[in-house]
Design a protein around this ligand. Structure first.
Ligand code: PMP
Length: 393
């Protein structure tokens, strides 16, 4: 029993710090109106920013994909799992990013987490490489840096001058600057134009994780690179496909030689069963919607919802860091208070997650409101009213 007691002590310690996580069972499809553990809720939790997860055309395409290609791929990509659906998707993704990366090629992976591990372990394969990692990077970038043979140097959040000093002093043969494009718990953007200029000056790669920007940012939803109008052979880009694109997986886009290196050396790509081809087939429809007038209309509606939240929230005690993206954090501070506020919202039928360390720095526990084009103005008004009332209590 010692083994189990040891585990239980660890769990009790988490509980004592209000750090125990719980899962809720969602009975309905991903949408703002959900039945959760049997109860109707209005949810502000998902990263389904355009409402494509339950879009009838995407769901139909998934069904067609399963009819065409079956349920599973049967093997990893380098054995026999690389289907025509994967190949077509990769060509389409490469076309999408072509304005931003010279000689672009794309590679589809099962998750964004794996895509980030793949980039950092393959680009940072040698001990004479250094990964310059932004302080607020997502866990998958942190883990990728840990797994790489390269050295790791963390630079302070948004601090271009500090990064410049680190790059200037580095003698590394390969330099890789790794950053979230949209910070996942704050919603703000990395200063990508300045970072790219630095990388070009110092012969470094700029590795951009655009998990929360792809589909959302840019006139055609091509993400942060389109938003900032960037183009460079130094860019290695990851876009995820389980958030705004509404399905699952992620892609790496970069110069064709970088992608070839990934295929040859990236273990998170090589040693895993290829995602079901039906997902790749469904994603073609997601991409059609993202880049069409319909996608532009969804992004316009989302922008209006973000502006509505910004204009109508009247918070005095809780902090709201500036964010123009669908990720709208409300910093509460203490873990237990963040949990209490989330529970009070839940009691009113509003589901907003409380995010605590280690996902965010200590003392910055927060509500992470995420908006989706699937929300209505009335639904956002309900959330705003509840938050204004709770804060005043
Ligand atoms: N990067 C960032 C910034 C993320 O927020 C996430 C997902 N939470 C990922 C990568 C991982 O993507 P996926 O969920 O597809 O594994």
């Amino acid at each position: 029993m010692d083994l189990i007691d040891n585990i239980n002590r660890k769990l009790a310690a988490l509980d004592a710090q209000s750090l125990l996580r719980r899962r809720r069972v969602v009975d309905t499809r991903c949408s703002p109106l959900q039945v959760v553990d049997g109860r109707a809720m209005l949810a502000f939790c998902s990263n389904d920013y355009l409402g494509l997860a339950a879009h009838p055309r995407v769901v139909d395409a998934l069904r067609t994909g399963a009819q065409l290609y079956g349920a599973g791929s049967g093997a990893s990509h380098l054995i026999s799992g690389h289907s025509r659906a994967h190949a077509i998707l990769e060509e389409r993704l490469a076309e999408l990013v072509a304005p931003h990366i010279e000689d672009a090629r794309a590679l589809y992976l099962s998750t964004g987490y794996m895509a980030n591990l793949a980039v950092l372990t393959a680009l940072g394969l040698d001990a004479d490489a250094v990964i310059f990692s932004e302080a607020l990077n997502h866990a998958s970038l942190i883990d990728g840096a840990r797994l790489a043979k390269a050295g790791v140097s963390v630079y302070p959040h948004g601090d271009v001058a500090a990064l410049e000093a680190l790059l200037a002093n580095s003698t590394a043969a390969t330099k890789i600057v790794a950053t979230d494009a949209v910070f996942s718990m704050d919603g703000n953007l990395a200063p990508l134009p300045e970072l790219l200029a630095l990388c070009e000056r110092h012969g470094a790669w700029l590795f951009v994780d655009d998990a929360h920007g792809f589909g959302v940012l840019g006139a055609q939803g091509r993400g942060a690179l389109e938003h900032f109008g960037l183009r460079s052979p130094n860019i290695v880009y990851v876009g995820t496909l389980g958030k705004a694109a509404g399905v699952a997986g992620a892609f790496i886009a970069a110069h064709a030689s970088v992608i070839e290196l990934m295929i040859q050396r990236a273990r998170p790509y090589i040693y895993t069963t290829a995602a079901p081809p039906a997902l790749a087939h469904a994603l073609l429809t997601s991409l059609d919607i993202i880049t069409s007038d319909e996608g532009a209309a969804l992004r316009s509606h989302l922008e209006l919802l973000i502006a509505q939240l910004d204009a109508d929230l009247r918070l005095a005690r809780w902090q709201r860091p500036a964010s123009n993206t669908p990720i709208q954090p409300i910093i509460i501070g203490a873990n237990d208070e963040a949990l209490r506020v989330a529970a009070a919202l839940y009691a009113k039928g509003l589901w907003v997650p409380a995010i605590r360390p280690p996902t965010v720095p200590k003392g910055t526990a927060r509500l992470r409101v995420t908006l989706s084009a699937a929300h209505t103005h009335d639904e956002v008004a309900q959330l705003v009213t509840a938050l204004n009332e709770l804060e005043a209590m």
